[in-house]
Design a protein around this ligand. Structure first.
Ligand code: HEM
Length: 413
């Protein structure tokens, strides 16, 4: 049933404040029903288009002849572009074909299914260790104690960051990309410079002695006489820290919260853990950790019935597409048995489809197996989930903290 066409006050979707109480799903539903491609004002851009229907998000994402990711696919805030924005235009996620195709092929050399499978043992050990660390307590703060750490450790294992340097890199990652307003722009810039310098140093070491890790593979990768230069490796190193960690941690935290809020779904997983991979697809759909990315048409075009001018920013709202009743039955219901395979949480197809999707699936499978299998009587540590602090972001949806309590924790299998 469509929402009534009562006028709904437009929300300032460019502003993270619009997401402070959670994703504005009612507003997105209204937009899908009445203005599926709608113009919003913006303090720095002339304005932007919000695309909210699943079919339109798919179309824009796949039509790279018309829609570009340059200069980058990120929504601007209320500050004019800075030098950090210039640096982002060389990132894999900002490039268009054919530059994107070339770089992605080179990077794929280090991202093979075998390399992901080889991480399995290390991921399981990290999951076990993180849960063992809290097992003799009666509760923990899940975001900080468990969910943040797992993806950071996995990326470090993949890339080849030695144990003793990991917390330094984690700190730089949090400073550069974290949604913590206490960090100044200068501190963020310094942290990204530190990350570049660290990647340079890793390459210097590997020039002398190659290692069996992603950095060595990226240094050696060559296709048709082309290879990645130092800056490209540095920028990719930085993108990986962000893309791999900010995202997966929120799937784990919000996913756990949703399973606690839907005890019958949690019980189904306890009774039959083979449902976990399907449940992860549904949790990806339902929680959509990455809410949007931006594209710009190279020439005048039409999306749905809306004419769009060349160069206008077009925001693809994955959070809305994943709740589109034209694509999913009863989309606001969490149903871990549904076929959610058409979700757009990893992107809506096209060349930028998440490079780390299989790694994210593997990590979260192992983590949810442990959460479902090891904790008895898992419950929220606060009475009202509405009081939980959220991330200050309109790009990444999630909670800054998730206090949990439990009756007991079983040993690792
Ligand atoms: C739940 C976890 C994750 C979610 C929801 C997620 C989501 C996304 C989305 C929406 C995109 C953009 C797709 C597009 O524009 O079509 C993307 C791209 C990307 N993701 Fe992920 N991601 C996750 C985990 C990871 C992990 C673990 C890694 C790395 C280890 C990773 C690396 C990347 C990279 C490098 C890109 C850019 C790919 C390109 O431009 O070709 N992501 N991801």
């Amino acid at each position: 049933m469509e929402t009534e066409k009562d006028e709904m006050e437009p929300l300032n979707l460019w502003n993270p404040a619009a997401f402070e109480q959670g994703v504005p799903y009612d507003y997105f539903r209204y937009l899908r029903d009445h203005e599926p491609v709608t113009w919003h004002s913006h303090p720095v851009w002339d304005g932007f288009w919000s695309v909210t229907r699943h079919a339109d998000v798919l179309r824009v994402s796949r039509d790279t002849e018309c829609f570009s990711s340059q200069p980058n696919p990120f929504m601007a805030g209320d500050q004019p572009p800075s030098s950090t924005d210039d640096a982002t235009s060389g990132m894999l996620i900002s490039l268009d074909p054919p530059d994107h195709t070339k770089m992605r092929k080179l990077i794929n050399r280090g991202f093979t299914p075998r390399r992901v499978r080889d991480l399995e043992g290390k991921i399981q050990a990290t999951v076990d260790r993180l849960i063992d660390q809290v097992a003799d307590k009666s509760g923990c703060e899940m975001a900080g104690d468990i969910a943040v750490e797992l993806p950071l450790q996995v990326i470090a294992d993949l890339v080849g960051v030695p144990e003793e340097d990991r917390h330094k890199i984690f700190h730089w990652t949090e400073t550069t990309f974290g949604f913590d307003e206490r960090f100044t722009d200068e501190e963020r810039q310094q942290a990204s410079l530190n990350m570049f310098a660290y990647a340079d140093q890793m390459c210097e070491i590997r020039k002398k002695v190659p290692h069996d890790d992603l950095i060595s593979v990226l240094m050696e990768a060559e296709i048709d006489g082309e290879s990645l230069d130092q800056l490209q490796i540095d920028v990719f190193f930085m993108l990986l820290q962000n893309a791999g960690s900010e995202t997966t941690r929120n799937l784990i935290t919000t996913g756990t919260l949703e399973l606690i809020r839907h005890p019958e779904q949690m019980q189904m997983l306890k009774d039959d853990p083979s449902l976990i991979p399907n449940a992860i697809e549904e949790l990806l759909r339902y929680t959509t950790p990455v809410m949007q990315f931006v594209r710009r048409p190279r020439y005048d075009t039409v999306i749905g019935e809306q004419e769009i001018k060349a160069g206008d920013p077009v925001v693809l709202w994955y959070s809305s597409a994943n709740r589109d009743e034209r694509a999913f039955d009863d989309p606001d219901t969490l149903d871990i048995t549904r076929d959610a395979s058409q979700h757009v949480a990893f992107g809506a197809g096209g060349p930028h489809f998440c490079l780390g999707a299989s790694l994210a699936r593997l990590e979260s499978k192992m983590m949810f197996e442990a959460i479902v299998g090891r904790f008895e009587g898992l419950a929220l540590g606060v009475d009202d989930p509405g009081t939980l602090p959220r991330l200050h972001s309109n790009l990444i949806d999630g909670y800054a903290q998730l206090p949990l309590r439990w009756e007991s924790v079983k040993p690792a299998a």
